[in-house]
Structures are given as C-alpha cells and as structure tokens.
Design a protein around this ligand. Structure first.
Ligand SMILES: [Zn+2]
Length: 401
C-alpha cells in the first residue's frame, strides 16, 4: 500500500466523520459541545454542521432549549437522511432489511433458498434490493449502499466451501463487484461475525466500546474484533476464525482438516449434531429451545461441555486482546444462550480480572433473527460515517466522504 500524504480535502473528510460520530453517539448535542468534545474549533464545527445539514445527514431541531439558561442541544442525525440495505445469505435463508440512518428497520424480507449457488442467488439478491427500495417508496439516490454478510472464511485453500458452515460454489466469486453491477449501488461484503460486531458498535450493546471482541455462535463459530473503534480483518479478511482453533487434540474431525476444533463443540451445528447422535429429531434452533424447556439431559450435557470449552477460549481471548468486554451473540435460542452464559461463570483468571472494571467481562449481544442482516446494513454507513485513520491515509474515491 502506498501512503498518501493528507491533503486538505482528506482532513475535511475526516473532520466531517468526527462531527457525525459525536452527534451519533451523544446527540442531541450543541455545536459548542461538539467543539469541546472533538477539540475542533467552534468555527470548523459550525461549517461542517452546516455542510452536513445541507447534505441531509444532520437535522437542526431549532432553538429548542432543554432548560432555561442552557445552550440549545439542537443537532441530531436525520433519520431520513439516507438508507442502506443489508443482505444475509446462508445455506437456507436470504434475509433482506432496509434501514434508515438511525438504524430503524423499515422493510424486511425472509426468503427460503435452496442450494444458493451464485448464478441463482446474485440475481435474487439484486431483485430483493430493488423490491424493498420500491416498497419503501424512497428516492433511490438516498440509498447509500448495500452490505452483504456471508459465512466465512473466504478463499482459503482446503477450507472454503467445506463442511456445513460455509457456502459451496462461491469461491473466487467477487460478490461485491458482481452485485454492485446488478444493483448499481456500492456493495460491501463481510463475514457474519464482523458484520454483527460492526452492527453492535454502531447501534447496539457496544456503542460506547472502543476495544471489544464479539464471539458469534452461528452455524459455526466465528468472531469479530473491534480494535480502536475499527474492525480488524487481517490481511485477507479472515481474522477471527476462532472456530478452527484446536481445543482438543485428537478430538472430533473438522472439515478444515484438523481434529478437535472449537466449533465442533461450540456452535449451532455442534448442538444439533450432539442431539441427533442421542436420537433427538432436531433441525433448528427452535427445536433446541423446546428441548431446553423440557429439561432435556442431552442438551444439558452439551451446554456443560460447550461452556467448559468456551471458558478456556475466553481466557485466551482476554489475555491476547485485553478487551473492554467480550460480546456473545449469534443463532442459539435465547434460553440456551442464557444458560450457556450463566455456566461460563466463574470465568478463569486472566488480565481482564480487575476490580475497577466499568463493564462486565461478558456482554450479551443484541438478540433477534435479523441482527446479522442489520449488521450488514450498517457496513455502508460505517464506511461512510466512522472516523478512521484510514480516511487520512487513503485518498478518497469520490471526494465526498
Ligand atoms: Zn476446523
């Protein structure tokens, strides 16, 4: 990568994001408060705020005073300043959501797919984008982009498209470019765990966190890392594949070629497999939820073993990353997730074991079947609005960020 020097436009772009972030996290907020919080001059804040209002991203709610004598807190994000689409595709479902700038869910579609190969799925994804934008009756130029989440890892020799947790046939397909050509909008592609982490950072349980680790218990087990407020993806976009960390040498076979990988013990797939081996006819998270309500002993045993494996992994994560908190979320049913988190306690000693903690070591992530699709919808907003050093290092592609 070549490092470009920072020019005035890049600095302005960075400052615009700093102001947007301040309003997003703490609005309604006055211009004077933004200036104090960001160390930008009042004049700069005032200019940027006017510019963002003209673009429709910020709203000035007039001279409304909260209390007599206090300065007006008048700037908020304009919910209808723009919209994004999130798409989540896995082996069985395509979920599509349309959200506004404050993350309100405006449209949602759940489509059952069979054998989602790219030749059929890409046109279907493009069609559903067109359909939900039309259904919401929006000006198309206010739709900023599309985020897509797919199960990772991406394009690893011998690992991609192997086993029950990845999508076959997508290796070597540039999903972002192909879909962007079909829908005429910018498209960002991310794995499910990273998208969920970005979603939590933007709207959810991690709004105020700068350093956190998100354990995503999906069909497999993945993780997303937010370091210094930004997602860390690794050189090839595959950082965080914690599911393939070997926790039991010589243990269960994993499609990656190793034995005893963590996701063979901690994942929706692992739970289903264990229960089926015990003769329980289970096919979905809902089936597992029912077994939990019936106090099924095989499910109880699975939760115990999963908790033991996950507790060890958490000790490693804490010692490696020193996060403010570890978020846990994904596709396990609510009651099982709650039981699993309870059985993780007491956690092992680690660098995170401090008396003056502001946050608990573990945080439950926002639940909901659309959580990942919402995370996908945040990707274009995050790219556009979040202040990162990269904005100062990279030249702007369209000069408008
Ligand atoms: Zn593995």
């Amino acid at each position: 990568m070549l490092l470009n020097g920072s020019n005035i436009e890049q600095t302005r772009s960075y400052n615009r994001r700093v102001v947007l972030e301040a309003v997003r996290l703490t609005g309604p907020i006055s211009r004077a408060e933004i200036a104090r919080a960001t160390s930008l001059s009042p004049q700069t804040v005032s200019n940027i705020a006017r510019e963002l209002e003209t673009l429709g991203l910020l709203r000035d709610d007039g001279r409304r005073r909260i209390k007599r004598g206090q300065p007006p807190k008048d700037l908020t994000i304009n919910p209808d300043g723009g919209y994004t689409v999130g798409l989540q595709i896995d082996r069985e479902h395509l979920i599509a959501v349309l959200v506004n700038l404050t993350g309100d869910l405006l449209q949602r579609r759940d489509i059952v797919v069979e054998d989602p190969v790219p030749e059929r799925s890409l046109p279907l994804m493009a069609a559903v984008v067109g359909e939900i934008v039309a259904a919401a009756n929006l000006a198309r130029e206010r739709v900023f982009g599309v985020g897509v989440v797919m199960p990772g890892p991406f394009d690893v020799d011998g690992l991609t498209s192997v086993g029950p947790t990845t999508l076959p046939g997508w290796s070597g397909v540039d999903v972002g470019e192909a879909l962007s050509r079909l829908v005429g909008l910018p498209v960002l592609v991310e794995n499910d765990a990273t998208a969920a982490a970005v979603g939590e950072r933007f709207y959810g349980a991690a709004r105020d966190l700068q350093h956190f680790y998100y354990l995503f218990i999906g069909t497999g087990l993945g993780s997303g890392m937010i370091l210094e407020g930004q997602p860390y993806k690794g050189a090839w976009g595959n950082a965080g594949e914690i599911g393939h960390m070997i926790v039991m040498p010589g243990g269960k076979d994993c499609p990656c070629g190793n034995q005893g990988c963590l996701e063979q013990y901690v994942s929706l797939h692992a739970a289903l497999q264990t229960l089926r081996a015990a003769g329980k006819p289970v096919h979905s998270a809902e089936d597992i939820a029912r077994l939990y309500d019936d106090r099924d002993p095989d499910l109880d045993g699975w939760i115990d073993l999963a908790a033991a494996q996950l507790r060890t992994a958490i000790t490693g994560i804490e010692n490696l990353f020193d996060p403010e908190s570890i978020l846990i979320g994904g596709y396990l049913p609510d009651n099982v997730m709650q039981a699993l988190m309870a059985r993780l306690e007491p956690l092992n000693p680690s660098v995170s074991n401090r008396r003056n903690r502001q946050r608990p070591r573990l945080t439950r992530a926002t639940a909901g079947t659309a959580a990942t699709a919402l995370g996908a919808a945040v990707l274009p907003l995050f790219e556009m609005m979040s202040p990162s050093l990269q904005v100062l290092l990279k030249s702007d592609r369209n000069g408008q960020r």
